[in-house]
Design a protein around this ligand. Structure first.
Ligand code: ADP
Length: 587
């Protein structure tokens, strides 16, 4: 059952690889066949040459009679060398990079269609890690399969026929010599797949430590805290553990490889002996003996190449390749197109939501209506469910049960592109794009060329007017400048404002800005949001106070709602929070 599924996945991958680079793949197969034929012709030419030499030695023909077969053989050998070089070059320099580009971009396209909540699932992230690495390997993997079939397939078939006509037992020995090779291959595949499964979380951890040590985002803190040694030790430990695992699997498979070589050697010895006896008995000519004897060497060398190198590479990469292919089995979030009605606002009816790998509901039986011209603030302690609710209200996540409609469109059944079309958002973990200031703002609307007037306006509205030109890259790594945390947040807000929208969300993008400044930005924001639906998530009540309505969240539910004054009167969670923050707003 499991095997069947694996085979189906591999077959599906063959189709994916072929579709990515159809012309180049056909050319690869063509190369393989020509290459194989040059090997086979070499055997025939060797046979002819040695027969001619035997005749000449007996004085039955002249030296000139040997010349033509000699030239033919030399030509074929030369051709074979050229083809070998060309084919390798073609696989490594043409086919593999071209397919990597195509396959990576197909993967990225697919990822943009899958349910966003999957990215919260660590298991999915592990698989994705392997799949991304797989994009590079898929082209090589299937390139080799196509070569195995075309080059080795055609060559072994032709030499098989040749040997069979000479002496059927030779073919049997050859096939028997293959059995240990196949067995060792299966063991390798199993070992490397298990290794890959085991190492993915470790590799992710190791990558993370490396980032903490070397990336510009982290290094200041890492140095400052004196955490360099700490992370470096973690990095070394995880790397060592990874290497130990790899070494132990490598050692075991090397022993197998040795046994395989031995069995091939024995097979070759038996075949040579049989040939020798047959020649002495006059069953085959000396030419045939020479041809087969020299080609046996090649056959065994090729077998080792297939099993030792190609199949070894393939089994090492098979799980990455499998993971790449499996990504395409994840259903895309699709939906129907519908008519968006901005007057319908956003309506939430009894929604529940839990994260993958979590048995606790992050949102529990929550209902809410945001009318199309209302500014709503969500407040609550860390972990109350504010960010999760925002993702549900924007259609990024879909509820497990219950219903969210945006402009009358159900987030569960509507094409996400249509849902996002009229919304804009600025989130806590906004992107700090290493691009120009202009691009950092206008990236929120890539449907047209950046509109400089709108870029300027958005920056002004977000209070983000710095002393740098619009085409300065916001990264010292690219000869540009770095911004302060507060400046980055303003750029992110400008980006959110640049996008035309009916519904805009600010999910705590202002934590690096001081409370009073935040309130100023929010006041401005509220003016901008006039006539639109707006949602502000903040833990600072001075800003929340500006909203038409405040929702207080606790444990995934809305526990209180109303205006600032009403909530103070209720004397609940909100009132307590307010009193503890009051001094933030005194100057
Ligand atoms: P807030 O924005 O109010 O701080 P969140 O919406 O981030 O709260 O979190 C709500 C609840 O969901 C919390 O209990 C949090 O631990 C949980 N949660 C958030 N993200 C994940 C995740 N990726 N996997 C599992 N649980 C999560």
């Amino acid at each position: 059952m499991m095997r069947q599924k694996q085979n189906r996945t591999l077959l599906k991958g063959a189709a994916i690889a072929f579709k990515a680079t159809p012309f180049l793949t056909i050319l690869n197969i063509f190369f393989g066949i020509i290459h194989a034929l040059s090997f086979s012709l070499q055997i025939v030419a060797t046979n002819k040459l040695f027969d001619a030499i035997t005749l000449a030695a007996k004085g039955l023909s002249t030296f000139v009679d040997c010349l033509l077969p000699l030239l033919v053989l030399a030509f074929i050998m030369l051709l074979e060398q050229v083809l070998n070089g060309l084919h390798n070059y073609y696989m490594n320099v043409v086919l593999s990079p071209a397919s990597e580009v195509k396959l990576s971009s197909r993967l990225h396209k697919k990822l943009s269609d899958v349910d966003a909540v999957l990215f919260e699932d660590t298991e999915f992230l592990d698989d994705l890690n392997k799949a991304t690495a797989g994009a590079k390997e898929v082209g090589i993997f299937y390139g080799i399969i196509y070569v195995l079939i075309s080059l080795y397939g055609v060559y072994f078939a032709s030499i098989g026929v040749y040997l069979f006509t000479l002496k059927p037992i030779l073919l049997v020995i050859l096939l028997l010599a293959f059995i240990p090779a196949i067995l060792s291959h299966i063991t390798r595949v199993k070992k490397f797949t298990a290794l890959e499964e085991e190492s993915a979380p470790l590799r992710r951890e190791n990558d993370y430590y490396r980032t903490a040590l070397t990336s510009i985002e982290y290094f200041k803190e890492t140095r400052m805290l004196g955490a360099f040694g700490y992370f470096n030790n973690l990095y070394k430990d995880t790397l060592e553990l990874l290497r130990t695992k790899e070494w132990s699997v490598g050692r075991e498979t090397s022993v197998l490889q040795l046994l395989l070589n031995l069995s091939s050697f024995i097979g070759m010895g038996i075949a040579s002996y049989l040939l020798f006896v047959a020649t002495l008995n006059g069953e085959i000519t000396v030419g045939a003996f020479a041809a087969v004897f020299s080609s046996l060497n090649l056959v065994f060398a090729l077998m080792q190449e297939i099993v030792g190198m190609h199949m070894g590479n393939m089994s090492q990469n098979s799980s990455k390749v499998m993971n790449y292919i499996k990504v395409f089995d994840i259903p895309s979030v699709k939906g129907t197109d519908g008519i968006y009605d901005r007057t319908a606002g956003i309506v939430v009816e009894h929604i529940f939501f839990a994260y993958p790998n979590s048995d606790k509901n992050a949102i529990e039986d929550l209902s809410l209506t945001i009318s199309p011209e209302e500014t709503v603030a969500i407040v609550g302690e860390n972990g109350a469910g504010k960010s999760t609710l925002v993702r549900l209200l924007t259609g990024i996540y879909r509820p497990a049960s219950g219903k969210v409609t945006i402009g009358g469109l159900d987030t569960k059944t509507t094409n996400p592109e249509i849902l996002y079309m009229n919304s804009s958002g600025v989130f806590q973990n906004y992107g700090r794009f290493k691009m120009t200031l202009t691009d950092n703002v206008s990236i929120s609307d890539t449907t047209s060329e950046p509109d400089m007037r709108r870029v300027e306006q958005s920056l002004e509205q977000a209070d983000a007017e710095f002393d740098i030109s619009y085409d300065t890259v916001l990264s010292p790594e690219f000869d540009g400048v770095d911004l302060s945390g507060g400046e980055w947040q303003r750029v992110a807000i400008a980006r959110g404002l640049y996008r035309t929208n009916d519904f805009i969300v600010l999910d705590e993008p202002t934590s690096a800005i001081d409370p009073i400044e935040e309130r100023e930005i929010f006041t401005k924001f509220q003016q901008l949001a006039e006539g639109k639906a707006a949602l502000i998530v903040t833990h600072r009540l001075g800003s929340a106070r500006l909203a038409d309505r405040i929702l207080v969240m606790q444990n995934g539910s809305i526990v209180d709602s109303g205006s600032h004054e009403e909530l103070l009167e209720h004397d609940g969670v909100y009132a307590a929070m307010w009193h503890s923050q009051a001094q933030w707003y005194e100057r």
